[in-house]
Design a binder for this molecule. Sequence first.
Ligand SMILES: Cc1ncc(COP(=O)(O)O)c(C=O)c1O
Length: 398
Amino acid sequence: MNPDLNRLHPYPFEKLAQLKAGITPDKALKHIALSIGEPRHAPPGFVLEELVRSLDKIANYPLTKGIPELRQSIANWLCRRFKLPVDSVDIEKNILPVNGTREALFAFAQAMIKRDDNALVLMPNPFYQIYEGAAILAGAEPCFYNTTAETNYLPDFEAISDEHWRRCQLIYICTPGNPTGAVISKQQMQWLINKAEKFDFIIASDECYSEIYFDDNKPPCGLLEAAAEMGNSEYKRCVVFHSLSKRSNLPGLRSGFVAGDAQIMQAFLKYRTYHGSAMSGHHQYASICAWDDEQHVTESREIYRQKFNTVLSILSPVMDVKLPDAGFYLWPRTDMSDTDFAQKLFAQQNITVLPGQYLSRIADNINPGENHIRMALVATPEETTEAAHRIKHFLETR
Ligand SMILES: Cc1ncc(COP(=O)(O)O)c(C=O)c1O
């Protein structure tokens, strides 16, 4: 067997299950899970209708590259949302549909990493654990850059040494960040693009939370937008990962896309053709409807905005919570250990939150997830409000 499989860490939810094992919370209180980042607003009905309408496509093998109509919808969305020059996004060269960004983020490293003793993949810490597993199974060393309160939970790219940049083949960035919600600025992205050119590495920007933001006048910047604005409209060394899971409340559709540098995308397509990861035809048609519509996205954003307003008004007097730049997580500091907090909250209030240390590793002698918890405001407004009241009560009576 591949020995690298033994280097994979247990997933955060396995550790959480262990932490909760043997505890029996008060059954009078309904369980509320704030731990899982699964969107739970209603999926758009017209997308589901199209999914059913195009079920007959199941009779054919889909192409890995996807149908041109889907790639065109994605190109239109990208150009609209990130103000890209229309002629800079060629649906034959720059776009590939994927079965959600999770598999794509993983597959990308397998296709891009040149195996040698020095191969290094940089990634944020705390982080989405797929980046780490992808690097390990691609035969590279995962290397973490911390995102802490001291830098407003943003990466401090300038603190990374030239030695690391030299070894770096691929850097994952996550903006808006999971779990921090921090959005990397255009200037920071452009700084990184210049570094990528100097040291010849690839930037993979995980932007799957980009459509959940609070200030309508300040949608998060995307990597392709930053590249185009600095004259890199061929998107050299840049790829972005987008998803319908969070944007359109369709996590079960498994639909997203990767877009960017034509040369990279060509190699990625080759890899995917062998890997056999084409999106089913009916999912492609349903995805077109979702990418073509913004109304449902605006409505969902408004629900998040209201939930954040309510939860913050309840919790801010008792806890270090603040509105993130974007995304649907709160990432407060705790004044006891994060694992104790999660365990006691579950025991006393039947609420599950994720201890921050399960989302991070020790790097530069600190574990940046420690003494933080992640709360996903994905449930109904009623449930999230109820959860906030119970957390407040927990903090006031412990
Ligand atoms: C940061 C981040 N990237 C990617 C994903 C994967 O999303 P999907 O595969 O549904 O597109 C998630 C899901 O939780 C995530 O949090």
